[in-house]
Design a protein around this ligand. Structure first.
Ligand code: NDP
Ligand code: GDR
Length: 337
C-alpha cells in the first residue's frame, strides 16, 4: 500500500485529494497546524475524517517537517498548504513569503536528506503569470507576479525545479489556474458570490459587495484538478504542468451564471464603483461595488493552455463554467434549507 502525506489537508484541495487517494487505496497522512479548535469541516463533509492519520505540521516550523518526513515514510508528498488568499498577502507579506516560499525549500531539503526517493508535488499557481505577457499562458510563459502571494509562489516554483535539477528529486509543480467547489473558502470571489446569492434567494435582503468586476479568470472544478496532481506524480520523469480549462470568464459573468442557477434574471447597470445588479423578478438589489475590495495591483486576465497535461497526463477538465457556478450556488442554497 502506498503512503501519501498532504500538507494543507484541511483545505479545499487537500480534502478532495485525500478522498481521491483513499479511493485509490493509499494510506493517507496529513499535516495540521496548531489552532485552538481542530478544523476538519471539509474532511467531515466528504466523510473521510476518520480514515486519515493527522500529524502536527506547520509551514514555519522546520522541526515539524523533519519529524513528519522521518516518521511517516511516505512515497508521495503533496505540498498544498499555503497562505492562499491573494488579497491578504498585501497585509501579511512577510508571513506569506515564509509560508508560501521559504517553507517549500524547508520541505525539499528535508526530503533530500531523509527521503530522496519520495515524489514531491508543489502547488504552483497561475497567479505567478500576473501581468499579461502571453495569451493563453503555458508552462513557458514569462512570470510577472502582481502580489506578494504570487512572488512567494514564484520562489516555491523555481526552488522545486532547482531541487529536481540539482539533486535529481522527483519534484513536480502543477501550475494550477483557479479551481473552485462547494468546499471553496468563503472569502474567494466565487464562493462569496454563491453564498450571498443563496441567502438572497432564501429571502435575504443583503446585497453582495464586490470589487473589480472586470477581472477574468480561468475557473475549473477542484475535483478535476486534484486528479491532475496525482497524475503528475505517477510519471516516470518529474516535470511542470499547467492545469486549466482554456476558457476565461469575468467576475460579472460568473455572477450571472450563479444567479441564473437560482432562478434570477439580473439587470446590470452603472460601471466601475457605481456598478450594481438587480433581480428583475423580485426588484431586489443583489450586488453593489465596494472599492474596499479593489486590490493594490490586479491580475486582469488569466487563461491557461492545458495541452501538455492533456497530451502527457491524459488529464482534462470535466466541468464547464456554467456547471461550476450552478454546482456551487445549488449547494449553498441547499445548505440553507
Ligand atoms: P485553502 O486555503 O483551502 O487551504 C490551505 C491549507 O493550508 C489549509 O489546510 C490551511 O490550514 C493550510 N495552512 C495554511 N497556513 C499553514 C501553516 N502555516 N502551516 C500548515 N498549514 C497551513 O487552499 P486551496 O486548497 O484552495 O489551495 C491549495 C494550494 O494550492 C495552496 O497552496 C494554494 O496557494 C494553491 N493554489 C490554489 C488554487 C485554487 O484555485 N484553489 C490555484 C492554484 C494554486 P487551516 O485549515 O488550518 O487554515
Ligand atoms: P484569486 O481568487 O485572487 O484569483 O486567487 P479570488 O477569488 O480571491 O479573486 C479572483 C478575482 O476576483 C476579484 N474580486 C474579488 N475577489 C475577492 N476575493 N473578493 C471580492 O469581493 C472580489 N471582487 C472582485 C479579484 O480582484 C480577483 O481579480 C485564487 C486563490 O485560490 C489562489 O490561492 C490561487 O493561487 C489563484 O486563485 C490561482
Amino acid at each position: 500500500m502506498k503512503k501519501a502525506f498532504i500538507t494543507g489537508i484541511t483545505g479545499q484541495d487537500g480534502a478532495y485529494l485525500a478522498k481521491l487517494l483513499l479511493e485509490k487505496g493509499y494510506e493517507v497522512h496529513g499535516g495540521v497546524r496548531r489552532i485552538s479548535q481542530p478544523e476538519t469541516t471539509r474532511l467531515n463533509s466528504l466523510g473521510i475524517a476518520g480514515d486519515i492519520q493527522l500529524h502536527d505540521f506547520d509551514l514555519l516550523e522546520q522541526n515539524s517537517m523533519f519529524r513528519v518526513i522521518r516518521d511517516v515514510e511516505m512515497d508521495e508528498f503533496y505540498n498544498l498548504a499555503a497562505q492562499s488568499f491573494v488579497g491578504a498577502s498585501w497585509e501579511l507579506p512577510v508571513y506569506t513569503a515564509d509560508a508560501d516560499g521559504m517553507a517549500v525549500v524547508r520541505i525539499l531539503d528535508t526530503l533530500r536528506t531523509l527521503r530522496p526517493d519520495c515524489r514531491f508535488y508543489q502547488a504552483s499557481t497561475s497567479e505567478m503569470f500576473g501581468l499579461v505577457q502571453e495569451v493563453p499562458q503555458t508552462e513557458t510563459t514569462r512570470l510577472y507576479p502582481r502580489s506578494p502571494y504570487g512572488a512567494a509562489k514564484v520562489y516555491g516554483h523555481y526552488i522545486t525545479m532547482n531541487y529536481r535539477e540539482s539533486f535529481g528529486l522527483h519534484a513536480s509543480s502543477g501550475i494550477l489556474f483557479n479551481h473552485e467547489s462547494p468546499l471553496r473558502g468563503k472569502e474567494f470571489v466565487t464562493r462569496k458570490i454563491t453564498m450571498g446569492l443563496a441567502a438572497l434567494a432564501r429571502g435575504g435582503n443583503t446585497p453582495i459587495e464586490l470589487g473589480n468586476m472586470d477581472a477574468r479568470r480561468d475557473w475549473g472544478f477542484a475535483g478535476d484538478y486534484v486528479d491532475g496532481m496525482w497524475r503528475m506524480l505517477q510519471q516516470d520523469v518529474a516535470d511542470d504542468y499547467v492545469l486549466a480549462t482554456g476558457v476565461t470568464t469575468t467576475i460579472r459573468e460568473f455572477f450571472t451564471y450563479a444567479g441564473e442557477a437560482l432562478g434570477m434574471d439580473l439587470d446590470w447597470s452603472g460601471e466601475g464603483e457605481n456598478e450594481t445588479a438587480t433581480d428583475r423578478k423580485t426588484g431586489k438589489l443583489v450586488m453593489k461595488v465596494n472599492p474596499k475590495f479593489y486590490r493594490p495591483a490586479e491580475v486582469d486576465l488569466l487563461i491557461g493552455n492545458p495541452q501538455k497535461a492533456v497530451a502527457k497526463l491524459g488529464w482534462k477538465a470535466t466541468v464547464d463554467i456554467r456547471g461550476l457556478a450552478s454546482m456551487m450556488a445549488t449547494s449553498d442554497f441547499d445548505a440553507l434549507s
